[in-house]
Design a protein around this ligand. Structure first.
Ligand code: MG
Length: 355
């Protein structure tokens, strides 16, 4: 009998002589309420998927995507359906997951967790970190940004002071006090600032006015200024600014990256939106072939999900891997960060262990 990988683990699927899939809910408490142009959260309910075989356990994390109607319960059901499709995958045949996942609708976060657990298990089987299996050993990782959520201008100032160890800030805008917040932050610091509007500016003229202002504020890049589907409006906007524009929500609205060329300068790839590390790797290569810059980002996740994304960090131009830093009770350890510099763990697979 396989060992139960966590006291609350529930069986998803099992092949008597092969894979066993488990999952459990991982509640996460945030240091501060987290607000973007869309919503506010105090806690997160993510799911952990575990795969067991030959005494080895692979782990993956699913942060359900509320923006796309994903719930923890739905994520569970999707993980179960995915596990059932994976039972006949042979050892070292894990690339088959990319086609088998198509049989399960939506729930990219669940796909990401199962995929991550598969690559973690195989890395452990090989005795190598996953980034080494990809040929990325020794590839330098860019500095990561640290995110400042939407808040009152006074609270944002306090957060900027708290973020003192981090050399790059990613400021969430798209709220009521965008200009005042930016002016106050700039008065406090000369750090590199990236802005993420999370679709917050609803028409091209408002977006252009804000971007002109952000040029004056010496911002480095602007992420998702307008709603995800406004690709033609983005093309218009991009011709009018020298600031690099990065697609995030638009990468999900437009599955074909060729449509983003000319509308954006780069794409933010998140494992939970791409459907896992293998899928994200393919998306990164597609985007690079189109001349798009690569940001690797995250949701609010534990060190398990963040470290999975960091395994691909050697392919990134920009990293935004701070989701675990917003969590007060991270149950895992993996990637570490000093002064914004991520350092990958040396362990096999994803290199993540329980705290
Ligand atoms: Mg974003």
């Amino acid at each position: 009998m396989p060992t139960i990988p966590h006291p609350e683990a529930r069986l998803l699927a099992q092949a008597p002589t092969g894979w066993t899939f488990w999952a459990w809910e991982m509640p996460l408490t945030l240091h501060h309420p987290w607000t973007t142009a869309r919503d506010t959260s105090h806690t997160k309910r993510n799911l952990v998927v575990a795969i067991e075989r030959d005494g080895l356990v692979g782990l993956g994390e699913a942060p359900p995507l509320r923006r796309y109607g994903e719930t923890p319960e739905g994520c569970w059901d999707a993980a179960k359906a995915l596990a059932e499709t994976c039972l006949s995958i042979p050892v070292w045949g894990y690339r088959q997951f990319l086609t088998r996942r198509e049989g399960v609708q939506d729930y990219m976060a669940a796909k990401a967790a199962v995929d991550a657990a598969l690559v973690d298990w195989h890395g452990k089987k090989a005795g190598l970190p996953w980034h080494a299996l990809l040929g990325l050993a020794g590839a330098p990782l860019p500095l990561s940004s640290f995110s400042i959520g939407i808040d009152t201008p006074e609270a944002v100032e306090a957060k900027v002071r708290e973020a003192d160890p981090y050399p790059i800030l990613k400021v969430k805008l798209g709220g009521e006090h965008d200009r005042e917040i930016m002016q106050r932050i700039r008065a406090l610091t000369g750090k590199t600032i990236r802005v993420d509007a999370n679709e917050g500016w609803k028409n091209p003229h408002d977006a252009l006015a804000m971007i002109r202002f952000l040029e004056d504020m010496d911002v480095e890049i602007v992420e998702q200024p307008m709603p995800a589907n406004q690709i033609e409006e983005m093309r218009w906007l991009r011709e009018k600014t020298r600031l690099p524009l990065i697609a995030d929500e638009s990468t999900y609205a437009v599955r074909d990256f060729t449509r983003l060329k000319g509308a954006f300068d780069g794409v933010n790839i998140k494992l939970s939106k791409a459907g896992g590390p293998q899928a994200a790797y393919e998306r990164i290569l597609q985007a690079k072939a189109l001349g798009l810059k690569i940001m690797i980002g995250c949701m609010i996740e534990s060190s398990l999900g963040i470290t999975t994304a960091a395994q691909l960090g050697g392919l990134a131009d920009y990293l935004d891997l701070d989701g675990h830093l917003l969590v007060a009770d991270d149950p895992f350890s993996g990637m570490t960060m000093t002064a914004g510099q991520p350092v990958l763990p040396t362990g096999a697979g994803l290199g993540v262990s329980p705290r």
